[in-house]
Design a protein around this ligand. Structure first.
Ligand code: NAP
Length: 465
């Protein structure tokens, strides 16, 4: 019986429910094959980093969930929330019930700096702070010492900008957003006055995008401080900005130049943009008290890129809180190949590879950050997922799939029920969503996120009646 027909639909499991998962599902839906797409998510809530990563003061970016809701509304799509891959559903279960599996789990941890003092109290990965202010259940009980006045944010990516901006924002700016209620309260009492955003390369190599840099200049309580010597470009970078056609670098260097000539207006907080500095140690007696930084110069590496090289010059900056925002890293999944060095699932154009001999693992695919590493904006995931699912569809047409003994939804649902898993369906999530919106409306906020899994499940169970 041919695969991908009403009598024998192509059964696909997608692990994870962030943007890359939805775009993968959408691309299956656009094929001529009859498909059944089951999306498994560890949390009771869908949307991955759109819910747990995008900054609360960027509501427009989050409206992309409307597109995901349309994908989820297709009868061939089913959401299984509160189902952890590896425990509630194993790789063996997937092989028994699906023709194809797509891993879309993102990059769930942070990269480390590998310097002394990194684990002192007061030194945190930015990923934890982001999860905390976004009400992610894994991070909601963390504490950040906001009684400190001086904070360092290491890294020059958009996550560093998000973290710095949230720290610099006023209560009035934050209360308009869907930031977690406990984070709003903690930030209301924040004593932070000086936030140092520290890049190891120069303004022309910053990874942040220009709108994020401009937002710094629009904050109610914070001045942006750029020293003229930091805005000035070394000859290699100057040449790059003039001749490379890199519009983002051009705009960023111009914006930074403007900031450098604007005198501070006396606002109570300051966002300092420091460049060409690499952390070499965090110092303090149990708690971070200062950060040691080495001054870098830019040189042209053999591959033509402009890289930082340390000089002998070091400075010490007194800070009581440090956020390391130097990139995310993927985590291994039970029973799935993993390239620990790169932090991704090894793959060729999205087809998962056996690490030993680099042969293709039939029926296994990967999309998003766990495929290519933590880069790009949400939209980047659409062509990325499409490219993988094109391969998956080709393989299905050629009959190269897993050979499930029991390719049936009913069997999977029976298995989960047997294991006592309280599956959160998409309809359940929509009730939870409505409850969060209603709680938000009652307090004049766009949404009041529920941050504990048992509380989410309570809402869902009550709504089921
Ligand atoms: P990122 O853009 O890759 O930036 C990482 C930063 O860390 C870079 O400035 C990098 O410097 C620096 N870095 C790496 N290792 C370092 C080290 N050992 N010491 C000092 N600095 C180091 O990563 P991200 O900020 O985590 O963001 C991840 C992705 O999500 C990006 O594509 C980002 O654009 C996207 N994102 C987008 C938005 C938005 O659209 N608003 C918001 C958040 C995130 P080098 O360049 O020198 O390596």
């Amino acid at each position: 019986m041919s695969l991908g027909t009403a009598a024998n639909p192509l059964r696909v499991a997608i692990i994870g429910s962030g943007p890359s998962a939805f775009y993968a599902a959408e691309h299956y839906q656009k094929s001529d094959l009859v498909v059944e797409i089951d999306v498994f998510e560890r949390l009771p809530t869908p949307y991955g980093l759109v819910r747990g990563g995008v900054a609360p003061d960027h509501p427009k970016i989050k409206t992309v969930t409307k597109v995901y809701d349309r994908i989820a509304a297709n009868p061939n799509f089913r959401f299984y929330g509160n189902v952890e891959f590896g425990t509630a559903l194993t790789m063996d279960d997937v092989c028994a019930h699906y023709h194809q599996v797509v891993f879309a789990v993102g990059a769930q941890t942070d990269r480390r700096m590998g310097i002394p003092g990194e684990d002192l109290s007061g030194s945190h990965p930015a990923t934890e702070f982001v999860g905390w202010y976004n009400a992610h259940p894994d991070y909601r009980d963390l504490q950040f010492d906001l009684s400190q006045e001086r904070v360092a944010v290491i890294g020059n990516g958009n996550v560093a900008m998000d973290v710095a901006r949230i720290l610099a924002s006023s209560y009035d700016e934050l209360v308009k957003t869907d930031i977690a209620d406990y984070a709003l309260e903690a930030l209301k009492d924040s004593k932070v006055t000086d936030i140092y955003v520290i890049g190891r390369r120069g303004p022309a190599q910053a990874a942040f995008t220009n709108p994020e840099l401009k937002e710094f200049g629009e904050l109610e309580l914070a001045d942006v401080i750029v020293r003229p010597e930091d805005a000035e470009l070394d000859p290699l970078s100057g040449d790059y900005v003039l001749n490379s056609g890199d519009r983002e670098a051009e705009k960023n260097t111009q914006t930074l130049m403007r900031y450098s000539v604007n005198p501070p207006t006396g606002k109570p907080r300051r966002l300092h943009m420091l460049f060409l500095l690499s952390p070499t140690a965090l110092m303090g007696d149990g708690h971070v008290e200062s950060i040691e930084l080495v001054k870098n110069v830019i040189y042209r590496a053999d591959d033509g890129s402009l890289r930082p090289r340390a000089t002998d010059e070091k400075i010490t900056l007194p800070v009581g809180l440090v956020f390391r925002s130097i990139g995310y890293k993927g985590l291994a999944l039970p029973g799935v190949p993993f390239d620990d060095k790169a932090g991704v699932i090894p793959n060729a154009e999205g087809r998962v590879l056996n690490p030993a001999d680099k042969s293709v693992k039939t029926g296994e695919y990967v999309v998003g950050w766990i495929k290519r590493g933590p880069s790009g904006i949400i939209g980047t995931n659409k062509p990325d997922s499409q490219a993988t699912i094109d391969k998956a569809r080709e393989d299905a047409a050629a009959g190269n799939t897993l050979n499930p003994l029991n390719p049936s939804r009913a069997a999977v649902e029976a298995l989960l029920a047997e294991r006592g898993v309280d599956v959160v369906t998409f309809a359940d999530w929509q009730k939870l969503d409505a409850e969060e919106l209603a709680r938000g409306a009652a307090t004049n906020r766009p949404r009041l996120k529920i941050s504990r899994i048992p509380d989410m499940l309570d809402v869902v169970r009550k709504a089921r009646g």
